[in-house]
Design a protein around this ligand. Structure first.
Ligand SMILES: Cc1cc2nc3c(=O)[nH]c(=O)nc-3n(C[C@H](O)[C@H](O)[C@H](O)COP(=O)(O)OP(=O)(O)OC[C@H]3O[C@@H](n4cnc5c(N)ncnc54)[C@H](O)[C@@H]3O)c2cc1C
Length: 389
């Protein structure tokens, strides 16, 4: 970057924003990071993520955090199981030799936060809007304050980005799928049969119009999703997350006729439920470069979670943007190059995620999921035998 330092703001301390902050910090580039949550403890960060070697793990390696990642990664939780709704096991992949280890979101956030100076994040700063100034720079407008001027504002503020409107008119669209999230605590000791059912990794089961997906998290916790193809307001009308007993009863009603062993997952759930309508930006979402504004992660390319690529793409965006910014004497050109490459790089995973969302709960989805798993298992076997040669 030029010897005249520019003022950089990153909005959003999710995996993307924090990875970028860490990479810039390592390179000695100053950036201000603003996050709407009041502290790192405001809320649990959610479920488990698998970080891929060529993206999420690569970003952590560039950030010098591979050792720290290995300490929190769960290589032992890479399994997959598929069941029919009457409880028949269709596929069990218990191989743990893959390179897609799971990591809990909170552990990942802690790793990144601890790699930054203690005052690196300005907590409790919910961006309302980015205000362009007459001198070509930008101010950030918060509830009670205004910060700036900044030469470069990077929107890492997720699905409903407040930075995105400066470069794009698009808003995420509802995919037609709603997830109802539930959790099961201390599964190994309190519910050993469910622990066996799910195995070490994730399990799925589906029938016409609905499916169940359950993922093993750290600390013997399971996170489940009941998935429905329904109008966007359906779940809010039908379920009251503040009444756990009613939630369980309503979900059991929705899954009537399923195997008792699968229904036990709902019966064992704790009292925390969440409704998650799944939205996505159009595949190929892009914008015309605007000096001083860019986006990364979900703010740039929100996709359905089926491909398991969202966080990986966000962290790779951060790594690539940092590399361009620190390796170029022209920061405007660096941002332009990052965007041009990112639009191309992300189109394929976004397309795959959109296709997966489109076929979810269709008449062929179980068949395609099975084929997808078998192809992955074959690819892993082929990679293993090549490595052994
Ligand atoms: C149910 C579900 C399951 C998923 N499972 C997976 C998975 O298994 N694998 C995977 O790769 N991806 C998964 N994803 C997607 C993944 O969560 C995202 O792609 C990833 O978190 C994107 O990271 P990010 O940093 O771009 O955005 P986010 O993680 O959304 O972080 C954005 C940050 O910005 C902050 N922020 C938002 N607005 C403002 C504002 N106005 N001012 C200041 N701060 C703001 C937020 O508080 C947050 O900290 C899943 C998503 C969902 C909904």
């Amino acid at each position: 970057m030029s010897c005249n330092p520019i003022r950089i703001a990153i909005v959003g301390a999710g995996p993307g924003g924090l990875t970028l902050a860490r990479l810039l910090h390592v390179a000695g580039v100053k950036a201000s990071l603003f996050e709407q949550e009041s502290s790192a403890m405001e809320r649990p960060q959610g479920g488990t993520l698998d970080l891929h070697a060529e993206s999420g793990q690569l970003a952590l390696a560039r950030a010098g955090l591979t050792d720290g990642f290995r300490r929190i990664a769960r290589y032992e939780d890479q399994g997959s199981r598929l069941y029919t709704s009457d409880g028949r096991l269709l596929l069990a992949d218990d191989d743990m030799t893959g390179d897609r280890p799971e990591v809990d979101r909170t552990a990942l956030r802690d790793l990144l936060l601890q790699s930054l100076p203690p005052d690196a994040v300005a907590w409790g700063r919910a961006l309302l809007e980015v205000a362009p100034r007459d001198d070509g720079r930008y101010d950030l407008v918060f509830d009670n304050s205004r910060e700036g001027p900044f030469d470069l504002v990077i929107g890492a503020d997720g699905a409903w980005s407040r930075v995105r409107p400066l470069v794009s008119r698009y808003q995420p669209q509802y995919s037609g799928l709603t997830f109802i999230e539930f959790g099961i605590d201390a599964v190994d000791t309190r519910h050993p049969a469910l622990s066996q059912l799910v195995g070490r990794g994730k399990m799925g089961a589906e029938s016409t119009g609905r499916s169940l997906m359950v993922l093993r998290n750290g600390n013997a916790h399971l996170r489940g999703y009941a998935i429905f193809r329904v109008p966007v307001e359906w779940a809010e009308r039908r379920f009251d997350v503040a009444s756990p007993t009613a939630m369980r009863d309503a979900l059991l009603g929705e899954f009537g006729g399923w195997a008792e062993a699968l229904l036990d997952l709902i019966r064992a759930s704790n009292d925390l439920f969440a409704l998650r309508p799944i939205h996505a930006l159009p595949v190929g979402h892009h914008w015309t470069n605007r000096a001083g504004i860019t986006l990364l992660g979900d703010a740039a390319h929100l996709m359905s979670p089926f491909g398991g690529e969202g966080v990986n793409a966000a962290m790779l965006d951060a790594a690539e943007l940092a590399e361009h910014l620190t390796g170029s004497s022209d920061w405007r050109e660096a941002v332009r190059a990052y965007e041009t490459e990112m639009f191309v790089r992300v189109a394929e995973p976004a397309g795959e995620a959109a296709e997966a969302a489109a076929i979810e709960l269709s008449h062929i989805s179980q068949e395609l999921t099975l084929a997808h798993h078998r192809a992955y298992m074959q690819m892993r076997t082929a990679a293993g035998s090549n490595a052994a040669r």
